[in-house]
Design a binder for this molecule. Structure first.
Ligand code: GN1
Ligand code: MG
Length: 367
């Protein structure tokens, strides 16, 4: 790898030698490395990333989107006299490209934001409030961005209705002979189908507006200041596309308010921590609240349910089609993930009223 990284460093015009690197284990899709280089000015750290081109069929389009988004946000931060650390910065090749494509892969390099940490799980309410604010602010920053100028990098990414339809088609085809084993899960997904498609209906009837959203708001997609715990930078911009506020809110909660890991085998550990929910919601709504329409506010909790069920559907679909999409660490990993998310969806369903009450309380909107 060292040799490969030297080659890539040169292509991205980074001077100095590779000192060492570690594999970044966060993320279920791309391969990421934390690379330290020794330069004349001292040590510098970068994130070298190899994109998964099975998942991202048009990686150049992703990088085009990212260029536009980061420029837009950086210009705004600058105009407000704030630090550019709040937005990711990618290295460019001699030819001015923010990627390098070769036979074996598609590479990009971003600067490591100094003095930051990521969290895979977090019970610190200050950190969660700050994460909520960061994702809310990210959306505010892009509220005047021309959504039509973005490529839809994964068409139908959060189209829950079509995700379920695809799953059920694969259930009929049963390409790997794994369907027998998952009958109970499929029955539960069928039972939830109409509620899970409610957001689709609201989009169809134009009752709910599309905005530019992040679409992958796991808390480990935020960099936090090591000293203060405050959120500094939102990362992983691969899926920034038109979407619903409820997607970003929902995906964040299903990950951050779950008291267990996304792939926990012991389902008794899975629960929804309502203090964490409230903390994230407070931060998110403090950044976005006044710009949201009543219907957007009233569908935030539904977003939590929808995102949780949708991910169960995606993990289960990947399992029955042979584990090609998400990275897996062992046989059956996707099934474990699907069961965990489905169990969480049951819990979220039971908490819809309580979540709505908290959101009503924070926004003064009557439900
Ligand atoms: C993937 O790459 P990562 O881990 O940030 C996935 C998300 C899922 C998530 C589940 C492009 O995100 O949609 O919610 O795994 N990203 C893509 O952990 O499919
Ligand atoms: Mg990602």
């Amino acid at each position: 790898m060292q040799q490969k990284f030297s080659e890539i460093a040169e292509i991205f015009c980074l001077s100095g030698d590779i000192k060492d690197y570690t594999v970044i284990s966060n993320g279920n899709i791309n391969q990421s490395y934390d690379v330290t280089m020794v330069t004349e000015e001292g040590e510098r750290r970068f994130v070298f990333q190899k994109l998964n081109i099975f998942v991202f069929k048009s990686p150049k389009r992703i990088m085009k989107n990212i260029e536009k988004i980061t420029t837009h946000i950086a210009d705004k931060l600058e105009a407000e006299g704030k630090s550019r650390d709040g937005v990711m910065h990618f290295a460019h090749t001699v030819a001015g490209k923010n990627y390098y494509m070769e036979d074996q892969g598609f590479w990009r390099v971003s600067e490591y934001v100094p003095n930051t940490v990521t969290h895979n799980a977090c019970s610190d309410l200050f950190v969660l409030r700050s994460a909520g604010e960061a994702f809310g602010t990210f959306q505010t920053m892009l509220s005047d961005f021309d959504a039509t100028s973005l490529y839809e990098t994964i068409p139908g990414f959060h189209d829950t209705r079509s995700r379920i339809a695809v799953l059920l088609r694969h259930v009929n085809e049963d390409p790997c002979g794994r369907v027998d084993e998952v009958e109970p899960e499929i029955a539960r997904i069928r039972a939830y189908r109409s509620l899970a498609c409610r957001l689709n209906e609201l989009i169809d009837s134009r009752e709910i507006p599309l905005r530019v959203t992040h679409n992958d708001t796991k808390i480990n997609n935020v960099l936090f200041d090591k000293d203060t715990g405050e959120a500094k930078t939102v990362i992983d911009l691969d899926t920034v596309m038109p979407g619903l506020v409820a997607y970003d809110f929902g995906d964040a909660i299903r990950f951050a308010a779950n008291t267990a890991a996304e792939d926990e085998k012991d389902l008794s550990l899975v629960s929804l921590d309502m203090d964490r929910f409230r903390a994230f919601a407070e931060g998110f709504l403090s950044a976005l609240g006044s710009t949201l329409t009543p219907i957007e506010i009233k569908t935030l909790s539904l977003g939590v349910f929808t995102m949780t069920l949708e991910l169960a559907v995606r993990f289960l679909d990947d399992y029955i089609t042979g584990d090609q999409y998400f990275k897996t660490l062992y046989r059956g990993h996707n099934l474990v993930r699907a069961r965990c998310q489905l169990h969480l969806a049951d819990i979220v369903y039971e908490h819809l009223g309580e979540m709505n009450k908290i959101i009503a309380d924070l926004t003064h909107v009557n439900f």
